[in-house]
Design a protein around this ligand. Structure first.
Ligand SMILES: Nc1ncnc2c1ncn2[C@@H]1O[C@H](COP(=O)(O)OP(=O)(O)OP(=O)(O)O)[C@@H](O)[C@H]1O
Length: 611
């Protein structure tokens, strides 16, 4: 099936993943940024963690060092006192190491969890500040799945850096110190293993960076596909899409598996090489030191201490060798988080912008041109005035640009040329917050959030009292069904308010707009048909909401259109006719006249598509 062609599926990458893998310089810059942004916040906790890690490193080196006395004092000299004292000292060293390991483990986990929580907050705040176009360009399920994977990147980068530097590097330094102290010549044989391992790891790092980014992307898409299938389950079942969707996700799952295998093989490639090189070094040391002990009678204690240090050094050295590999993975995730955090909203407020001051609430479009993408014009030379306190109905064929006009009033996008003025103020010159606080918006498809019915109405104005919420519900003709719910206003709504009917959701959405009590109302009338009773109730609610407010309505119901103070016919991005119903209905050859005739010949007062 062409739709499941892996190449095509993977080529259709979401916008955010198009950046190329970072160069080493960029990665170092990123590490610096992560340290700068987080290091200072946790200085005290990190200091205590580092003390614990130093204790772990110190006691580890001490174990090696004490081996010399164990062998020489107990086994060679036969010192009886040492049989008691040395085991006690060794036990104490283990106890300290255990306590210090616990301390650093708990502390680093706490810092890590706090970092994750802080970045989650920061991301959410940032996402809510980004423009609408970001969300139309990036699928929400993919975004959520990606962020979910990425957010641990910052924590892992920091924790890996701290543990590796404070514990493994220090342990290694101490142990190498013990080795050199015991036997400088043997130490140089052992240290020969370092350079080849370092060169190999460096080569693997870049491959890993590319593979990791791809894997995060594919994983996010697997999760996103599952989420979207769950959200659209009724469509999936109604159109019996189960099998094709399964095939589609199968391709993604297989790709995710292949990518994970590739990462594992790159990561694990370090192990056999490290083992062999280290094995060679250890074997060389044992052979040479054994030869020296047998032929020249060197002290077994020093040798034992040296070999213990060498064996103990192997673990931190191995971890350090893998550090770069793990850091690459963590930092690719961290880099992806910063890609989102560094996005600027496309419609910023000018500095020191004043708030919108509403006098009467008149909206004026002046020669507005607009397109969602460069070179593609959706609105052309749109000029009209929506008089204060009156209703302006936009009608016209699908795709003509009616909803776009409503989006522009809220400054979801900026006009290409021309201007939109409210009471004489250009909406680009005032703060977006003040602009939107003066607008109540009822979308075509009502969106209900997780929470109770009351919470959902209160979203219109967070400081609304319960009495105001109930009054808004009454006006929106919603009270009757709300009080019949098991817990009335406190009834929780399922995801997307699945327990409510279409008409009930619309009335909740109208109640939310009413409680906002804003002077401007933007309304995208639903095109879906409701039963007659619901339809009448929604209509009554809307009429109340429109009363005395400057209303721009994308109108589909004949009654809304006929009663509007002004009707604008939008066609191909232009306003082709404007006036009241009485002025337009008899205009010879007029689009509105044709539309009205068509509507009254068919159903009468109902859904319209002006074609
Ligand atoms: N977010 C978007 N990104 C890109 N193009 C868009 C976007 N939204 C709408 N468009 C395009 O802009 C044009 C106008 O769309 P708009 O939704 O404003 O029309 P409409 O008159 O409201 O249609 P309908 O009555 O079907 O809702 C259409 O060609 C549409 O494809």
């Amino acid at each position: 099936m062409a739709d499941n062609d892996p190449k095509r599926l993977l080529a259709a990458k979401p916008k955010l993943s198009l950046k190329r893998p970072e160069s080493r310089g960029v990665m170092l810059g990123l590490l610096r940024r992560i340290l700068q942004e987080n290091g200072r916040l946790f200085v005290r906790e990190y200091a205590v963690a580092v003390v614990c890690l130093v204790l772990v490193a110190g006691t580890t080196a001490f174990m090696a060092w004490i081996m010399r006395d164990v062998i020489d004092e107990i086994f060679v000299q036969g010192n009886r006192a040492a049989i008691v004292s040395l085991p006690i000292v060794i036990f104490l060293a283990f106890a300290i190491r255990g306590a210090a390991s616990y301390g650093q483990g708990v502390l680093l986990a706490r810092i890590g969890n706090n970092i994750v929580a802080r970045y989650q907050r920061r991301l959410f705040t940032h996402l809510t500040e980004l423009s609408v176009d970001f969300f139309s360009e990036n699928r929400s399920a993919h975004l959520a799945a990606r962020i979910n994977q990425n957010v641990s990147g910052i924590r892992d980068t920091l924790n890996l850096t701290v543990t590796s530097l404070a514990r493994d590097l220090l342990s290694l330094i101490f142990l190498v110190g013990v080795m050199i102290w015991q036997d400088p010549l043997l130490s140089s044989i052992a240290l020969l293993a370092g350079p080849p391992i370092a060169i190999m790891i460096g080569k693997l790092a870049r491959k890993l960076r590319v593979a990791t980014r791809e894997m995060i992307d594919v994983n996010a898409r697997v999760l996103a596909s599952m989420q979207e299938a769950a959200q659209g389950i009724t469509v999936v079942k109604a159109f019996t899409m189960e099998a094709p969707l399964r095939e589609r996700i199968e391709t993604l799952i297989q790709t995710a598996e292949t990518r994970s295998n590739r990462i594992a093989s790159i990561t694990e490639r370090t192990t056999p090489v490290t083992e062999m090189v280290a094995g060679l070094a250890i074997a060389g040391v044992i052979a040479y030191s054994g030869y020296r002990a047998i032929v020249y009678g060197y002290s077994p204690g020093a040798m034992f201490a040296f070999i213990t240090a060498l064996l103990l050094a192997y673990d931190p050295a191995r971890r350090l060798a893998r550090l770069q590999v793990q850091l690459e993975r963590a930092m690719v995730n961290a880099a992806m988080i910063y890609e989102i955090l560094d996005l600027e909203p496309r419609q910023p407020d000018p500095s020191n912008a004043p708030s919108l001051a509403i006098d009467k609430g008149e909206i004026a479009f002046r020669d507005v041109n607009f397109g969602y993408h460069a070179g593609e014009q959706v609105l052309r030379e749109i000029s009209f005035i929506a008089p204060a306190g009156k209703t302006t109905a936009l009608i016209g064929a699908s795709g003509g640009g009616k909803s776009t006009i409503v989006s522009l009033v809220q400054r979801f996008y900026d006009v290409e040329s021309g201007a939109i003025l409210i009471d004489g103020q250009d909406i680009r010159q005032v703060t977006k917050r003040s602009l939107r606080s003066k607008i109540a918006y009822v979308p075509q498809a009502p969106y209900l959030f997780e929470g109770t019915i009351r919470d959902n109405i209160r979203l219109g104005r967070p400081d609304a009292t319960d009495a105001e919420i109930e009054e808004a519900a009454r006006q929106a003709q919603a009270e009757e069904f709300i009080v019949n719910q098991p817990q009335g206003y406190d009834t929780p709504l399922g995801e997307n308010g699945v327990t409510l009917s279409g008409g009930q959701r619309q009335r909740l959405s109208i109640a939310r707009a009413l409680v906002r009590n804003a002077p401007i109302l933007l309304l995208d009338e639903a095109t879906s048909a409701l039963d007659t009773r619901s339809e009448t109730l929604v209509q009554e609610a809307l009429e109340l909401a429109m009363k005395d407010r400057t209303t721009i309505v994308v109108a589909h119901r004949l009654s809304t259109i006929v009663n509007a103070d002004q009707i604008l016919v939008v066609d191909g991005g232009r306003i082709v006719e404007g006036g009241t119903h009485a002025e337009l209905v008899d205009k010879p050859g007029g689009l509105y006249a044709r539309f009205y005739a068509l509507q009254t010949r068919t159903q009468g007062d109902d859904i319209v598509a002006l074609a």
